[in-house]
Design a protein around this ligand. Sequence first.
Ligand SMILES: Cc1cc2nc3c(=O)[nH]c(=O)nc-3n(C[C@H](O)[C@H](O)[C@H](O)COP(=O)(O)OP(=O)(O)OC[C@H]3O[C@@H](n4cnc5c(N)ncnc54)[C@H](O)[C@@H]3O)c2cc1C
Length: 434
Amino acid sequence: MRQFAIVGSGPAGFYTAEALAKAYGEAARIDIIDRYPVPYGLIRFGVAPDHQSLKAVSKRYDAVADSAGVDFIGNVTVGRDVSVAELLELYDAVILATGAPHDRKLGIPGEDLPGVIGSAEFVGWYNGHPDFADLDPPLGGSHAVVIGNGNVALDCARILSKTQHEFEGSDIVNHALAALDDSAIRTVTILGRRGPHQIAMTPKELGELGHLEASVPIVDRADFPPESADAALEPGLRKSVTLLRGFASLPADKPKRMVFDFFARPVRIEGDGKAERIVVERTELDEKGGARGTGEMYEVPAALVISAIGYSTPPLDGVAYDERGTKFLNENGRIGDRLYAVGWARRGPSGTIGTNRPDGYEVAEQVAAALPPLEGEERGGAAGLKSLLRSRGVMATDYDDWRKIEESETANARPGSPREKFVRVEHMLGRLGR
Ligand SMILES: Cc1cc2nc3c(=O)[nH]c(=O)nc-3n(C[C@H](O)[C@H](O)[C@H](O)COP(=O)(O)OP(=O)(O)OC[C@H]3O[C@@H](n4cnc5c(N)ncnc54)[C@H](O)[C@@H]3O)c2cc1C
């Protein structure tokens, strides 16, 4: 029997497990290890709580977890509780599916001021991520700024702009719901270094903004190239640009505003001991389509600044790391002998949930080609790992624990919400009587 360890239980980890289970059938055991007692990575802690239909993809992963030969080992942080080298001793192959959970830094003065936070923190806060339960973002000012022109920036801006009523049916955590209800923010400015033709926002996410109860998107017509230029855009982007053009004719007749400020490069964040304003340089497109500063500076007030400019994968001891791309150094997913990477840890932080599927299948194919079913002596696998963890006092959890946690989250849900997430690992473990 082959023994495989997949580190990380997000989409990439689960698609890889699915592919390995198909390739080996009963000839392999697959352990999916995660630092939390509950799986699904960004499906649980990243995807917006008001986008429940997207989270339904986890049903497919449930089926993988339920299949014979696949197991979930939670509450184990690889790199702290057990090393990659130790996993390679215990398993025939180790597949790193650890994602890219860290915010990329802005690299401008003032970014360490209170009130400036990364999108991973803010998104984690409203999604019940244990690491960010205490974030307490400052929502007392009238202005917030979100830096970035991708879907994560839109998620952050939308969550800041919705009414309580619009969160019905979502699984936003109660502490965020209450804080957002008290929020004084009336204007959210979305800063993008380039123009409407360079956005990375998809039509579905943009389209929603035109129908918010209390907030209206504001776009300046002067930021657009002539409409004829849209014809050359890829269809998805063209649709997004058409939506943006439509926003320019919406009446600003709602109490809140979401202002798209294009050609705007953040220069520094200023304030008296906390963020109060952001200094921005007007830009223009250069010959290669990049942003070139014009020297014109202006200020945007902001008691809260959220940077949504991308993510990075933290390094793991002994694993080659691509400093530039902020992912593990790999060739088509292969890092080294019996060691692989999938998902954001392999490609860097881009692509949708579905992009991780071909990725996981491709790596599983490589594993299957390199490691045919085993006739001889087996490696230690899960039994060896659990015994090592016990000797270190690490309390690993299992599939049944995860299901018990989930059951009590469902049982505790506020009316209309699918669950009431436990926001700390201790709460989750406490639910198991530990
Ligand atoms: C805010 C946000 C919103 C998004 N919304 C959408 C959307 O609406 N639609 C869409 O298609 N895509 C969306 N995406 C993209 C999608 O979430 C990613 O493509 C996908 O989650 C990447 O999968 P992954 O498995 O590589 O990483 P992740 O989902 O991040 O999973 C990584 C897993 O590894 C675990 N882990 C990390 N380090 C360790 C360690 N040292 N030891 C043990 N376990 C570890 C983590 O706990 C986590 O469970 C969004 C992304 C973000 C950031």
